[in-house]
Design a protein around this ligand. Structure first.
Ligand code: HEC
Ligand code: HEC
Length: 253
């Protein structure tokens, strides 16, 4: 789809010899009149509609045929954009109505001080994914509870491999630290240790991960391991008052 657009674009630039054009050329394969708009304004310009459709594809990480009948690699003339057969198109309509209601009814009632106050859009929830991603620690907590911590660690690596650098999941140290705290609160010390060790591998500069490891080892009565981790936390963050205090306390014992 996008290569098609690009190819069409350069052709059009050449043909038009620099004369401005409004509608993208592959869009020439799309009818100029729209006959089945139920949410968008019926008099929306072609450029406006297609910008919106392109916005959908990037916000959800999908192609036109996710919602419309058509085949990958085939020209857009063969697509049926009018049909409502695909459930995803109907869902997208419901989503459009929801987004309009959020912005025009609910947010409109709130006094908004900043000129660039956020307007909710598809990408606000979808983050480039077809199914809006859930919080990473929530996903991993559920897997740990249902299938064990090793499966959760496997899932973490899978997601990190695929999504690192994107904004669907938060791979910063806080996520795994939070998860470890939640596991520890539920009495799952060994799972919490496994998660913190993972954190020290993928975020080797996390002083907090080492501090939390120290805390759990201390709670388990494993002083040598606790001290080792407090020291590591302190070496990563020399001003860390908590690790310092723990080491002082342990030195007195
Ligand atoms: C996430 C789903 C989704 C994706 C992806 C999507 N569309 Fe749509 N499209 C819709 C919905 C929903 C409507 C109807 C909007 C309405 O009812 O107001 C629509 C309507 C249209 C129409 C108007 C059809 C008519 O005559 O009523 C065209 C043309 C169109 N889309 C083209 C595209 C193109 C080209 C792409 C890829 C760049 C695309 N769409 C991607 C959901 C999608
Ligand atoms: C407030 C958050 C939110 C916003 C904003 C939002 N969505 Fe969604 N969307 C969801 C949720 C939640 C689901 C259900 C996901 C699931 O079941 O895994 C969903 C599902 C969908 C699906 C079905 C995916 C599938 O393959 O089953 C489509 C299509 C979709 N959204 C399109 C859109 C479009 C287009 C927009 C912008 C007009 C949008 N969404 C804005 C939260 C949102």
């Amino acid at each position: 789809m996008f290569t098609q657009v690009k190819r069409g674009l350069s052709k059009c630039v050449l043909l038009s010899l620099g004369v401005a054009f409004v509608v993208m050329p592959a869009w020439g394969q799309i009818p100029d009149k729209f006959t089945n708009l139920q949410v968008l304004p019926k008099d929306i310009s072609k450029g406006g509609l297609l910008d919106m459709m392109k916005g959908f594809t990037s916000a959800l990480g999908v192609r036109c045929q996710h919602c419309h009948i058509g085949e990958e690699g085939k020209p857009l003339t063969t697509f049926d954009f009018v049909s409502d057969t695909k459930e995803t198109k109907q869902t997208a309509r419901a989503m459009l109505r929801m987004v309009q209601a959020i912005n025009n009814e609910h947010l409109a009632k709130i006094e908004r001080k900043s000129a660039d106050a956020l307007q909710v859009n598809c990408i606000t929830c979808h983050h480039g994914e077809n199914h809006p991603p859930r919080a990473l620690d929530e996903i991993l907590f559920e897997i740990t509870s249902a299938q064990g911590v090793q499966e959760a660690i496997k899932k973490y690596h899978e997601l990190r491999e695929k999504h690192f650098g994107g904004f669907a999941y938060d791979f910063r140290e806080g996520t795994l630290n939070r998860l470890s705290q939640q596991l520890q609160a539920g009495g799952k010390n060994d799972d919490a240790i496994a998660i913190l060790k993972l954190n020290t591998q993928v975020n080797p500069n996390s002083a907090l991960a080492h501090f939390f490891l120290g805390e759990i080892y201390l709670a388990k009565g494993e002083k040598a391991l606790a001290m080792e981790n407090y020291k590591k936390a302190l070496s990563l963050e020399p001003a860390n008052p908590f690790a310092k205090r723990r080491l002082e306390e342990l030195a007195k014992q």
